[in-house]
Structure formats: C-alpha cells, structure tokens
Ligand binder design. Structure first.
Ligand SMILES: [Zn+2]
Length: 272
C-alpha cells in the first residue's frame, strides 16, 4: 500500500516536471507573454469546456500578481509596434470569441489593475455552435448557450479605452475544412465588417480553433492584418517572431496557481 502511494507521488512528480520544466531557468523576460483567455466565468460542474472558463477571482489574482511583479500590459497592436523596444515583462491579454462576461466580469478588473486587452471577436457569433466544427460530437450546445457580447456591449468595451478589437473571423469556421475563397471571405469580410460597425481599425487576427494550413498565412497578410495569434503554446522573441503565427500562453480554468506561475516563467522545451 505504502509502496503504491510512494510510486504514485513519484510518477506525479515526474509528470509535473516533464510538463512544466520547473528546473530550467526562466525564459528571458524581454520576450513578451501573450496570454490567451476565453471566458472570465466560474467553471460549471461537469461542463466540457471548463478550461475556457477562468473564474473572476482567479483572473483578479493573476492581474494582481502581474501588476505587483512589474509586468506591463499592452494591446496586440502596441506589442507589434514596439517590437524591439519593448520593456522587460511586457504582456498582452487576449480574449477570444466575444463572451458577454468579458464586459461584465473582465472589464472592471482590467480597469482596476490598469490592464489592456485585445478582444478577438467573431462577427456572426449568435446562435452558433462552433464547437461542432471541430469535433462533430461536441454537440451539447454548451458554447452556443453562453451569452455573447452584443454589438452595444462591444462598443462599451472599446470606449473604456482598455480594449482593442481584433478579428476572429465571420463564423468561427474551421480553416482546415473550407476552400481558399471561403477563408479569404472569413478574413476580409470580418475585418471590413468590424471596422465599419465599430469605427476602429482592425489589424490583428486570431485563427479559429488555432487551425490553419501553412499556405493560408499569406491570405491573412493579403487581407491586411499585421499580426495573427494561434493556439500553439509558447513565448515569442519579438526580435525574431513570425507576426502572423504568434504563439500564446494558454490560461486554463483547469490550471492550478502554480501552473500559471510556471507558464508565465516559461522555459519549457520548444518554447524559444
Ligand atoms: Zn475561438
């Protein structure tokens, strides 16, 4: 019995060490951290997508820690414009999809800690169950049922001065499953529509599901975007990054506090 417990603890430590590489030195703090969030909401018992729900309490703890430790917040366009002259400990908060809690829960905390965020908004986001576009069996309607930001709520976010607008496509399509012409439409039409509807310029894109084919990167550029974020986990060196395929740090509602600290620290294999 005791042997089994010790073995369990040992295997747990091995798993944790391999996953977070805590023994490696922290990744250079001149490399900005781009944080990926979706909902700022309390996880629901038994729900499939709780990884996408970071509770407001947890979000506040993260912002408090970042500001106390001297991290400085930027929007994605600021990050791009200042590449090469960024201070140490620069970070960008990104919010994908356009959930109503981004206004109701996240904005008050962004204001409190003087942080900025980039909202990657799906134009046609109401009554859509985009999780089925990735996996057909994800058909419980869980994300479809989540309240999305109305256009008026998006305006409130933008008027706060804390939030920049980016595109997350027209319909949250899976780029691996559609033709080039459709990809082009998702890219160009969403940018045009967002700029018209909200009277702001839109220069950054987030690939739906983080899925795309290598040749589609050129289409993102042709559509007029100067940066694009993926869901690949990692930290970029702004001197040598590929601005249309930026990696991010996934902030999951399922992670422990220690996991958050280790993700910010970086140093995992393949993250450079
Ligand atoms: Zn998304």
């Amino acid at each position: 019995m005791i042997v089994a417990v010790l073995l369990g603890v040992f295997l747990g430590l091995v798993w944790f060490s391999l996953r977070y590489a805590w023994w490696r030195p922290a990744l250079d703090y001149r490399y900005p951290r781009i944080l990926m969030y979706h909902m700022i909401a309390t996880p629901r018992p038994g729900a499939r997508f709780n990884g996408l729900r970071v509770s407001p309490q947890r979000f506040e703890r993260q912002l408090r820690w970042l500001s106390a430790r001297g991290w400085r917040s930027f929007t994605m366009s600021e990050l791009l414009a200042r590449a090469g002259t960024l201070p140490e400990k620069a970070f960008a908060i990104t919010l994908d999809d356009g959930y109503a809690d981004n206004l109701l829960q996240a904005l008050p905390l962004l204001k409190k800690y003087r942080c900025k965020a980039t909202l990657y908004l799906v134009v046609d986001r109401f009554d859509r169950d985009w999780s089925t576009q990735r996996k057909k069996y994800h058909d419980e309607g869980e994300l479809k049922g989540e309240a999305k930001l109305s256009d008026q709520q998006v305006r409130e976010l933008l008027e706060s001065g804390c939030v920049e607008l980016g595109s997350h496509s027209m319909t949250h399509a899976n780029f691996l499953c559609i033709e080039s012409a459709a990809v082009r439409w998702e890219l160009e039409e969403s940018r045009r529509e967002l700029e018209k509807r909200f009277a702001v310029s839109v220069s950054s894109f987030a690939y739906p599901f983080g899925l795309y084919r290598p040749e589609q990167v050129e289409l993102v550029k042709q559509a007029g975007y100067s940066s694009a974020v993926t869901t690949r986990e990692g930290i970029e060196n702004a001197d040598s990054w590929q601005p249309l395929e930026l990696r991010r740090i996934k902030i999951s509602g399922k992670d422990s506090w220690l996991a958050f600290l280790l993700r910010m620290r970086g140093g995992r294999r393949g993250w450079r």
